[in-house]
Write a protein that binds this ligand. Structure first.
Ligand SMILES: N[C@@H](CCC[C@H](N)C(=O)O)C(=O)O
Length: 276
């Protein structure tokens, strides 16, 4: 397997980006995502992202988690994607449309190098909320028992599933122990990403994440959007907040048009060729 790739990171959430915009066959790369993401025997990444052509948008983005599973959307990834396609000269537009498993997402590269993204509307009920046993209604501040302990969860889909849990002290959460138990809990037939959130004030929260298919990561963009929505649904914050993650800070807004807007950085790390 030989292919060129570019390593990107956004708030420390890191990705191998592969350009297949001209219709290259990337099935072998896709099937080897777990090996490529391995931090000891591979390039090391939280996921592999493919730049693909689209019939309905300027581009299509596909994200494969580090365990080889496919996700519908990736918030940090789309900021990397936006700067990668612009930097590679695949578009001259700074604002464009990207087809994802969560619908059309619109990133816009700002003058300061950050990327402002229209992440679309959050989904609060229906079949995209993967919570069994709670009917099809909204899941806001509902009980869930995980590993014998009762937690209050709010479930938000940004195209991909998120379970947001508010805690008094985030430093007391043993993410590596409890994260996998949420991910594979029977309440979530499609598994879930889980965000633990401590409210600092009505405009600033601290969040740590256990990602479906990737485990502990330094940041999650869709998870930050879901966190913002959950904060606002529970009347804990204003509609514009900053989410402090282990790898950086994201600005999240739930606007009057019901769209979520996310703003944050994305940085190229290196270019390389995989040869094995
Ligand atoms: N880190 C991403 C989310 C990646 C996908 C997630 N693990 C899933 O399976 O849904 C982000 O920044 O949104």
């Amino acid at each position: 397997m030989k292919f060129d790739f570019v390593k990107w990171q956004a708030c420390g959430n890191d990705f191998v980006l592969v350009n297949a915009f001209n219709g290259e066959d990337v099935s072998e790369i896709r099937n080897n995502a777990e090996k490529i993401c391995d931090r000891h025997f591979g390039a090391g990444a939280d996921g592999v992202i493919f730049i693909l052509p689209s019939k309905v948008a300027d581009f299509r983005m596909q994200i494969i988690n580090s365990d080889g599973s496919e996700a519908e959307m990736c918030g940090n990834g789309i900021r990397c994607f936006a700067k990668a396609v612009y930097g590679a000269g695949l578009t001259t537009k700074r604002k464009f449309a990207v087809e994802t498993g969560a619908g059309i997402i619109i990133p816009e590269i700002q003058e300061d190098g950050t990327v402002h993204v229209d992440m679309g509307e959050p989904i609060l009920e229906g079949d995209k909320i993967p919570v069994a046993g709670f009917g099809n209604g909204k899941v806001i501040n509902e009980d869930i028992i995980v590993d014998g302990k009762n937690y209050k969860m709010t479930c938000v889909s940004m195209g991909n599933p998120h379970c947001v849990v508010f805690v008094d002290d985030i430093n007391e959460i043993k993410l590596d122990e409890i994260g996998p138990k949420f991910e594979t809990h029977s309440a979530f037939p499609r598994k879930t990403n889980t965000e633990f959130v401590e409210i600092k004030n009505d405009g600033y929260v601290r969040m740590r994440v256990w990602e479906r298919g990737a485990g502990i990561t330094l940041a999650c963009g869709t998870g930050s959007c879901a966190t913002g929505v959950a904060c606002m649904l529970n009347n804990l914050t204003k509609r514009q907040i900053q989410v402090e993650l282990d790898g950086g800070i994201l600005k999240i807004e739930w606007a009057d048009n019901n769209h979520i807007y996310m703003t944050g950085p994305a940085t190229k790390v290196y270019e390389a060729r995989w040869v094995d």
